[in-house]
Design a protein around this ligand. Structure first.
Ligand code: 13P
Length: 253
């Protein structure tokens, strides 16, 4: 079975102590993950080591960075490189979250560089795509997300791209409490998989987990994850409440 993933994105929330407690509470639930199930915590940079040591002993629990820089190294004050993350044993990195695209001017071309640097450093990118509301209203979301994949991923060889995780996050559903319907989620996830299949073939496309993000909650996770092409979620708000994220992990297929 394809990997099924519950990924928490804390964004810029929680003090260090709150983060430690949140992890303790979630891990305290002792949810045993099956071989194909993963729980990943994308935490702020200063919490990476603490989170890594919290999850180290747990089967299929991982830490992720929320970003990395698109250059290898050098005079980029305040930035963090993929090589630095690798040197801290961080194995996942969120790349191209819509908030970074919007507030930090990240382009598809820059994200292609980040994805390359992640792979060079043995880090699995959790590559985010998704359309804004005006694109959804115009009905051109498929073309929009396909261009995001093409411009940031399709330079990669199949043996690299098959290791990626994709997160489809419609911007109109992020932090709004407005979730895509299961029909909308399944339809675009299936479309994304078909775009990947068109470039790399069915076998590769069938291996790539495609997560849904955008107001995933304890009470809608099971329904969303039940869609054939939805392989878990990338969760913001609800990942900050231990009881809610526990339910979301338990909702994995
Ligand atoms: P919410 O779950 O708060 O809508 O955030 C989704 C998200 O952006 C996860 O990366």
């Amino acid at each position: 079975m394809r990997k099924q993933i519950a990924a928490a994105n804390w964004k810029m929330n929680c003090t260090f102590q709150e983060g430690e407690k949140l992890l303790d509470d979630i891990l305290g639930a002792e949810i045993e993950l099956a071989n194909h199930q993963l729980a990943i915590f994308a935490v702020p940079y200063p919490y990476l080591l603490m989170t890594r040591s919290e999850v180290e002993e747990e089967q299929n629990y991982y830490v992720a960075s929320q970003n990395c820089h698109h250059k290898k190294s050098g005079a980029y004050t305040g930035e963090v490189s993929a090589a630095m993350l690798h040197s801290m044993n961080v194995n996942y990195c969120v790349v191209g979250h819509s908030e970074r695209r919007e507030y930090n001017g990240e382009t598809n071309a820059m994200l292609a560089e980040k994805v390359n640097l992640c792979f060079e450093n043995f880090i699995t990118p959790i590559f985010c795509c998704g359309e804004p509301l005006n694109i959804r209203e115009a009905g051109t979301q498929n073309d929009y997300v396909a261009a995001q994949l093409k411009e940031s991923l399709f330079h990669l060889p199949a043996d690299k791209v098959k290791n990626i995780v994709i997160a489809y996050e419609p911007i109109w559903a992020i932090g709004t409490g407005k979730t895509a319907s299961t029909e909308q989620a399944q339809e675009i996830h299936q479309y994304l998989r078909s775009v990947i299949a068109g470039q790399y073939g069915e076998e590769v496309a069938n291996e790539i987990p495609i997560l849904y993000g955008g107001s995933v909650k304890a009470n809608n996770a099971k329904e969303l994850f039940s869609c054939a092409d939805v392989d878990g979620g990338l969760v913001g708000g609800a990942s900050l409440v231990a009881g809610d994220f526990i339910e979301i992990i338990k909702a994995l297929k």
